[in-house]
Design a protein around this ligand. Structure first.
Ligand code: NAD
Length: 351
């Protein structure tokens, strides 16, 4: 984003931007030039001639082949989900910082790209649900009688789930939330939603993330869950376990027990889906009239703010390590240690 370009330029960094990079986010090239960037014709020209390459998604292998030895890459590299890509990065003899691996410590909050993008996904999921639902979210008292509010159930109360709860509440729905980590109960309630509880035993792992449930815990959860799901008009699923397939929580039977016209938005479609009937990347209507939205990459549907937040995340990550216009990473810094998944041609943790 141009605002981050000018901040980097003020630090003595020469910023080159791929032609058209911001166009779909409502940022034409001219704004980057005004902020002090040089526009470069295409990605290959950028890759051949940079010390640090900031990306959103992963560069293709063709692009990787053009990088100079010692280049630093920063972006979403899916390090837990696709370790083979890290090996390909290492073969190019580069250094890579994966934003997914930034440790979730207080100091790193402004850099937390997972959170900034999850926030957008949670918000947008509710808007998609509201526009697909053939009824109002809020309660309405009209001359033609009272319309009861819609009931929304949010499964997984991490960053996306909490934003979905807050957004659905703002639209006037009656909202409930559930998470395998009972510790989030107060956060759910503080947003004006009720917390649904099933007794599954301890499910919180290291670093505040969820631990994978045992098969017995999953089965018990699915049965109790189906009853709750059937009572709701909208179900938004966000349950994830880093590096694993998303847990299957909404079974086929649970979908069949829902009322016609109900809507499911499966934010976990990115990692396989929380609902057994989700068609990844698509919106489908089941035989019993339930709309299931499995759209991928929801942040990309709000490119202006997704880009604004992501570019601020990257500036916060890199600016402490810029000395005299160059990036000098401190290998002893906790944030560098956590996020540096490939260093000088070696995958972190490998010998
Ligand atoms: P995530 O996207 O990895 O997972 C989403 C949610 O799904 C989590 O709340 C998880 O508990 C839940 N989940 C997993 N399996 C489930 C199951 N079978 N049934 C129901 N729910 C299930 O999580 P996230 O949004 O990235 O956040 C993870 C944690 O990290 C949260 O506690 C969040 O508040 C915390 N966090 C901390 C910081 C920080 O301190 N800097 C920043 C961001 C997030």
């Amino acid at each position: 984003m141009p605002e981050s370009v000018s901040r980097f330029v003020k630090m003595g960094v020469a910023v080159h931007v791929q032609h058209g990079a911001g166009e779909n986010a409502a940022f034409p090239d001219a704004l980057y030039e005004k902020a002090g960037a040089q526009i470069v014709a295409d990605a290959p020209s950028l890759a051949r001639d940079c010390d640090v390459l900031l990306c959103v998604g992963r560069p293709s292998d063709d692009l990787l082949a053009l990088l100079r030895k010692g280049t630093t890459l920063v972006g979403f590299f899916n390090p837990l989900g696709d370790p083979a890509y890290l090996k390909r990065l290492a073969e190019r003899d580069v250094t890579a910082l994966a934003v997914e691996s930034i440790p979730r410590i207080t100091r790193a909050q402004p850099m937390d790209a997972l959170s900034s993008q999850s926030n957008i996904a949670g918000y947008k999921a509710v808007l998609l649900a509201a526009s697909a639902l053939p009824r109002f979210f809020p309660m309405l008292t009209t001359a033609a009688g009272t319309i009861p509010p819609a009931k929304v159930f949010v499964i997984g109360a991490g960053v996306a789930g909490l934003q979905a709860i807050a957004t659905a509440r703002r639209l006037g729905a009656v909202v409930s939330g559930y998470d395998a980590r009972p510790v989030v109960k107060e956060q759910v309630q503080s947003l004006g939603a009720s917390f649904v509880e099933f007794d599954l035993g301890q499910a919180e792992g290291a670093g505040g993330y969820a631990k994978e449930l045992t098969p017995e815990q999953l089965e018990k959860q699915q049965r109790a869950m189906a009853e709750t799901i059937a009572k709701n008009d909208v179900v938004i699923t966000t349950a994830a376990v880093p590096g694993r397939r998303a847990p299957l929580i909404v079974t086929e039977a649970a979908v069949k027990a829902m009322q016609p016209g109900s809507v499911i938005v499966d934010l976990a479609a990115e990692t396989g889906g929380n609902c057994a009937l989700t068609k990844i990347g698509e919106t489908a209507v089941t035989e019993n009239g339930v709309t299931i939205i499995g759209t991928l990459n929801l942040p990309s549907t709000m490119p202006y703010d997704a880009s604004r937040l992501y570019s601020r995340n990257l500036f916060a990550l890199l600016s402490p390590f810029i000395k005299d216009g160059a990036l000098v990473l401190d290998p002893n810094d906790d944030i560098v240690k956590g996020s540096c998944v490939v260093r000088d041609g070696k995958v972190a943790g490998s010998s």
